[in-house]
Design a protein around this ligand. Structure first.
Ligand code: GNR
Ligand code: NI
Length: 185
């Protein structure tokens, strides 16, 4: 078991389309363990394998509200087979875009087909935070980030901020994205 490094924007690997999982072996179980350990430590409510550099169609989720109660869920090769016409808005964040939050509109309910940790095919209909999180993670395995669902103006601003932070080797929260202070007052 190991806590793994989480890839941060503008890391190009985050744009890869992940490959389906074909073998349910010991290395896969070890990867799932690493993902949970990394996700809980972050902490986050979801993680896609590509966020720790593994371009595989594998996600972990725990949207348990109760403190101290874990509800770990594993989704292998997940596919959205139905989405509701009704939409809902959630303020989203992403461990690969730390400290940036924005409202995203997505289908309120989804039905997802997936393979579970035992290699068994399953379907799940989700709503609320689980539905949002599933869509956010399934986006990741298709190289899509939540900022792709916000306005171009806001996206360009956050992409620029993270590019600048990476260039200067500092955390994005320290890389100024606002007007220079001499423009104020
Ligand atoms: O921890 C996370 N919180 C979150 C909040 C609202 C919508 C989606 C998420 S997923 C995110 C962890 C993450 O980046 N998963 O890819
Ligand atoms: Ni994310």
């Amino acid at each position: 078991m190991a806590i793994r490094d989480i890839l941060i924007l503008p890391e190009k690997k985050l744009r890869l389309i992940s490959e389906p999982i074909r073998t349910f072996d010991k290395p896969l179980r070890a990867l799932v363990d690493d993902m949970f350990e990394t996700m809980y430590e972050a902490p986050g409510i979801g993680l896609a394998a590509i966020q720790i550099g593994e371009p595989l169609r594998l996600i972990t989720i725990d949207v348990s509200k109760e403190e101290g109660v874990k509800e770990p869920r594993v989704f292998i090769n997940p596919e959205i087979v139905w989405s509701s016409e009704e939409y809902s808005v959630y303020e989203e964040g992403c461990l690969s875009i730390p400290e940036f939050y924005e409202e995203v509109e997505r289908p309120a309910k989804v039905r997802v087909k997936y393979v579970d940790a035992d290699g068994k095919e399953n379907e799940l209909e989700a709503d609320g935070l689980l539905a949002t999180c599933l869509q956010h993670e399934i986006d990741h395995i298709n190289g899509v980030l939540f900022i792709d669902h916000i306005s171009k103006l806001k996206r360009d601003r956050v992409v620029k901020k993270f590019a600048k932070a990476a260039k200067h080797g500092v955390s994005p929260s320290l890389a100024k994205d606002k007007e220079p202070s001499h423009h104020i007052g």
